[in-house]
Design a binder for this molecule. Structure first.
Ligand code: ADP
Length: 646
């Protein structure tokens, strides 16, 4: 359990009490404003002109002339009819501010007059008007102090928000982090230093002050940092880079100071800064205008503090980021974060190990083979695998099973890859037919292509956000490179769906292929601009990749001449066109297979495993395919295939 440095923070926040107090204060204020001034103002009102007429008629005996009201008493003459037929002798009227003649008229008619006493709201009003405003200020002050949960937050904005996990309570050990053996080996030294500091200091060795863990999200960087603290049994301070930056300028810097102060007091300990890039972005990136002063100041403070403490005090700074390329170079110079440990996505063995760690707490049935699951999940990071095991367990629980079956894992993998099944989305017959041919088109082309893995399953049950059907192709092993022919095969497979639609529906195609087309074009573009695979343009890079660990970001083009841009476009189109031709050729050649498989898929909705493979094994390879895969070119004189040829 995390132990908080600032105990007051742990108190439950009391915004409700404040809300109640505020209500009372407002009520009092209203009283003061509306009720109090109206004390004693229950006299009959008459118009000012009538009042003046009464004065001039000599009927008024006395008047109290205030700034906003005039109270007057009529002479006690029983023969005089009362104003407005009322019995009362005392009346009230609103003065007209511009009538400066009033005192003169009053004097001429011998009316006794004067100003009202200074305050007529009584002692309650006086009391309220003295007490309420200070109360309101006090309330607001209390509110500011208690913001953020009970403690005097406004006065401690500069305090670091790092939470401390005291000895051993991170509860994480190296055993819990799997599949990152190299990183663990690298960090083992730090654990050893924290445990036996003298061994190093006696020799005069200096331990690195800062270690930067870099890698894609969810690969276990935070876990590794906790594991170091857990193994060495030292306190663990954790804070996120973004928590340094707040509304007020200078807060970040004072938080950094406070963090280091706390850490030095608790040494030996681990300080972990997550998302270091939020704080340590390169200072040159602000450009000439509008850098971020607060961030720069915080970063400078961090650099200063890192220089300031002695390496052998036992404070070890760990930081994690998935964007090392944006970090300020000053952060990485020797003496600061000079060690960089890459925590990459796990390979097959690593995935199996991670699955084992997370399956420890889950009841598995006999048939579950974690090694097979590891094979089927290339590219999954530790967090994805943890999620997968949990999904499988949830599925088993939903089906009231006693243990998790392999089938649950398979369904969970599909959920993670393709999204939830949407049986409620009903397609009409025509759409269903189209989706079936589309998916079988992918499957037949995919089955003939090199290195793409086995086609495991085709389904026309809608899934996830947009998929109306899908073809699941799983690799047999981890792949780190893609050869040219495999890329061509991949593009043709992606276009297999559209090609099948063209063949079967007489060139009337649908919007269903847009995602495939997007991916195929991206891949074709990358072969030219990034992988240097174009014969004509040669091994020249036309793109500047900027993200090392985050997928899905496109990179900007280098400055290229319009002629080269044109050439790139032409090459990309050629690659896509030829792959499209080949997909059409394959499906044309295997038209019967396409028909029968699609019909079967329409009745069964899902085709998978050996039945599917036996079908796809019958696919015939067209003549020109082999040479196209090798060279990317079609035989001399081939005109691009049109679906109508079929
Ligand atoms: P990161 O900091 O790299 O984004 P985390 O360390 O926060 O990732 O990992 C998130 C979760 O994913 C962890 O709590 C753990 O359950 C799981 N996880 C990630 N990597 C691993 C791993 N190598 N071994 C075991 N579990 C892992």
């Amino acid at each position: 359990m995390p132990v908080d440095t600032n105990n007051k923070r742990l108190k439950t926040p009391r915004p409700r009490q404040f809300g109640g107090g505020l209500l009372i204060l407002f009520t009092l204020l209203l009283l003061l404003n509306f009720v109090v001034p109206s004390f004693g103002s229950r006299l009959p009102q008459i118009a000012y002109s009538d009042f003046v007429a009464q004065v001039q008629a000599g009927k008024v005996e006395r008047a109290i002339v205030g700034g906003d009201r005039i109270e007057f008493t009529l002479k006690p003459d029983p023969n005089t009819p009362t104003v407005d037929g009322q019995r009362s002798q005392v009346f009230e009227t609103m003065p007209v501010a511009l009538d400066l003649d009033l005192p003169k008229i009053l004097r001429e008619n011998r009316v006794e007059f004067g100003a009202p006493p200074p305050n007529n709201s009584g002692w309650i009003g006086t009391l309220l008007s003295w007490v309420v405003p200070p109360l309101i200020f006090f309330g607001i002050w209390r509110f500011l102090l208690s913001r953020g949960g009970g403690g005097p937050a406004a006065l401690t904005v500069g305090k670091s928000k790092a939470r401390i996990y005291s000895e051993g309570t991170t509860g994480v050990k190296f055993n819990d982090v799997a599949g990152v053996d190299e990183a663990k080996a690298e960090l083992q030294e730090i654990v050893d230093f924290l445990k036996n500091a003298e061994k190093y200091t006696n020799l005069g060795a200096k331990i690195p002050k800062g270690v930067l863990l870099v890698g894609p999200p969810g690969t276990g960087k935070t876990m590794l940092a906790k594991a170091i603290a857990g193994e060495a049994g030292v306190p663990f301070f954790s804070i996120s880079g973004s928590e340094f930056i707040e509304l007020f300028v200078g807060v970040g810097a004072s938080r950094v100071r406070d963090l280091f102060q706390q850490a030095t007091q608790q040494a030996p300990c681990i300080v972990f800064i997550d998302e270091l890039d939020a704080l340590g972005k390169s200072r040159s990136q602000g450009g000439m205008f509008g850098g971020n002063d607060e961030r720069e100041q915080t970063l400078n403070q961090l650099l200063t503090e890192m220089d300031g403490f002695d390496a052998n005090t036992g404070v070890i700074l760990l930081a994690a980021t998935n964007r090392p390329e944006v970090l300020d170079p000053a952060l990485r110079r020797p003496g600061r974060f000079d060690r960089q440990v890459v925590v990459d996505r796990p390979d097959k063995i690593g995935r199996e190990a991670i699955l084992n760690v997370h399956a420890r707490t889950v009841k598995l049935s006999e048939d579950v083979d974690l090694a097979t699951i590891a094979v089927r999940t290339p590219g999954f990071a530790g967090a994805d695998l943890a999620n997968l095991v949990n999904e499988a367990a949830l599925l088993a629980a939903r089906n009231n099973r006693q243990a998790v079956l392999m089938a649950d894992f398979n369904e969970a993998i599909e959920r993670v890859i393709a999204g939830l099944e949407k049986r409620s989305r009903v397609l009409n017959e025509q759409e269903k037919k189209r989706v079936a041919y589309h998916e079988v088109g992918h499957a037949i082309v995919g089955a003939l292509m090199p290195g793409a893995g086995k086609v495991e399953k085709i389904s026309i049950v809608p899934r996830g956000v947009g998929a109306l059907g899908y073809t699941l192709q799983l690799p047999e092993e981890d792949r780190f490179l893609m050869a040219e022919d495999e890329i061509r095969g991949r593009i043709a497979t992606l276009l297999g769906g559209r090609s099948a639609e063209e063949l079967i529906f007489n060139n009337i195609v649908s919007t269903g292929a847009s995602d495939d087309i997007q991916k195929a074009t991206d891949l074709a573009e990358r072969t030219v601009t990034l992988y240097g695979m174009s014969d004509y343009l040669g091994p020249v890079a036309f793109e500047k990749p900027q993200q090392q660990f985050l997928d899905g970001y496109s990179s900007p083009r280098r400055a290229v001449s319009p002629k080269v841009t044109e050439e790139i476009d032409r090459e990309v189109k050629d690659i896509v066109d030829r792959a499209h031709h080949m997909a059409l050729a394959i499906l044309n050649q295997n038209r019967d297979l396409l028909e029968t498989t699609a019909q079967e898929l329409l009745t069964k909705e899902v085709l998978e495993g050996d039945t599917l493979r036996a079908k796809l094994n019958q696919a015939i390879v067209p003549d020109e395919m082999t040479s196209w895969l090798m060279t990317g070119n079609l035989p001399e004189g081939t005109s691009l295939m049109q679906a109508t040829l079929a």
